[in-house]
Design a protein around this ligand. Structure first.
Ligand SMILES: C[S@@+](CC[C@H](N)C(=O)[O-])C[C@H]1O[C@@H](n2cnc3c(N)ncnc32)[C@H](O)[C@@H]1O
Length: 322
């Protein structure tokens, strides 16, 4: 083996690794932060609670050296060519794809350890024990877009009272902004860590009409108030007793109110990505089963709801209480 051969190997690996370098920034929400003007090491670190600022700075400086970022007085911006790409509609889709791929790959990386044991300590995908990682994933473009789709397809508007079931750390503020101060949002989630993050965000913004509460929808939940809308986004595949959960949520819904269910894939959808999505999802420790649209519709029908027309039936279901 000569030094030349070693160098060749490194050069070859380096160009292949450039793609990975960018994926890291995507998965850690660094590009979207910079794009939103959160563009110094300190501000990015504060926004996402990254305590290892040395590695964050090293990462940003490496990107500067590869002309992906420019730096001036400690502030980073995306270079022109990178920015053009972000504005480009096709790339927007590919960015969402990239975010989804990163998230899915991160989950699938646990496969080997999960194979060995369901409770292997290296499998860090539980909503309760690994809320810090989930806090990051829930900020990525895939989850952001899913909220936008729910809001626009289901026409969530100002002044509405919205119950966000399995809200995680990001969506209460998103729906809170949509319904505004004349509306109200209650987010509930079984993960204390995610509720803590959501609470801090709400406090920071001073939005008194949004509240969050640690609560498991599978255990007894009593709602003091009634709501126009209940959103169940990416939740039902993690619950055991769907009948009971829908029954509990129904107690919180006003007459003519709606239940909105979003899932990356209903089990009975004919889309070819369904088995892949189910496999990916199975790496989340809380995963139970992908639900079928038919089963949910039947249960909602039994509770007195009428299914409403939405354009995207493989991911979205909306039903109104008669
Ligand atoms: C994939 S995340 C989706 C979060 C949020 N709906 C969003 O779209 O950003 C699923 C969330 O459901 C919550 N969850 C799962 N089972 C739950 C249960 N039985 N009761 C309350 N929350 C639950 C998890 O803790 C997690 O925050």
């Amino acid at each position: 083996m000569t030094v030349d051969e070693l160098k060749k190997a490194v050069r070859f690996a380096y160009s292949a690794l450039l793609g990975n370098l960018i994926v890291l920034g995507t998965s850690a929400n660094i590009f979207s932060a910079i794009n939103d003007g959160i563009n110094s090491t300190d501000r990015i670190a504060t926004k996402y609670n990254y305590r290892n600022k040395e590695i964050l700075e090293k990462y940003l400086d490496t990107l500067v050296k590869y002309h992906i970022l420019e730096e001036e007085n400690g502030e980073y911006i995306l270079t022109g060519s990178f920015l053009n790409k972000i504005d480009n509609e096709e790339l927007k889709i590919s960015k969402i794809t990239e975010d989804f791929t990163t998230y899915a790959s991160a989950l699938m990386r646990f496969f080997n350890h999960y194979l060995i044991d369901r409770n292997h300590p290296y499998v860090t995908t539980s909503f309760i024990n690994d809320s810090d990682v989930w806090g990051l994933w829930l900020e990525n473009r895939w989850f952001k877009l899913s909220r936008e789709v729910i809001a626009s397809e289901c026409k969530i508007g100002k002044g509405e009272a919205l119950l966000d079931v399995g809200c995680g750390s990001s969506s209460p503020v998103y729906y809170g902004k949509l319904v505004g101060p004349y509306g109200r949002v209650l987010g509930i989630d079984k993960s204390e860590g995610l509720i803590d993050v959501a609470e801090k965000r709400i406090k920071k913004l001073g939005y008194g009409w949004i509240s969050v509460k640690k609560s498991n929808i599978e255990q007894s939940c009593i709602f003091k108030e009634k709501y126009d809308i209940a959103v169940l986004a990416d939740l039902l595949q993690y619950v055991r007793n769907i009948k009971k959960v829908l029954c509990t949520i129904d107690t919180a819904i006003k007459r003519n109110g709606k239940i909105i269910i979003f899932t990356p894939c209903f089990a009975d959808s004919k889309e070819e990505y369904v088995p892949m999505m189910e496999f990916i999802n199975a790496h989340v420790k809380d995963y139970v089963n992908n639900v079928s649209r038919e089963e949910v519709e039947k249960e909602l029908g039994r509770l007195g709801y009428e299914v409403q027309e939405v354009s995207e039936k493989s991911m979205l279901l909306m039903a109104q209480k008669l």
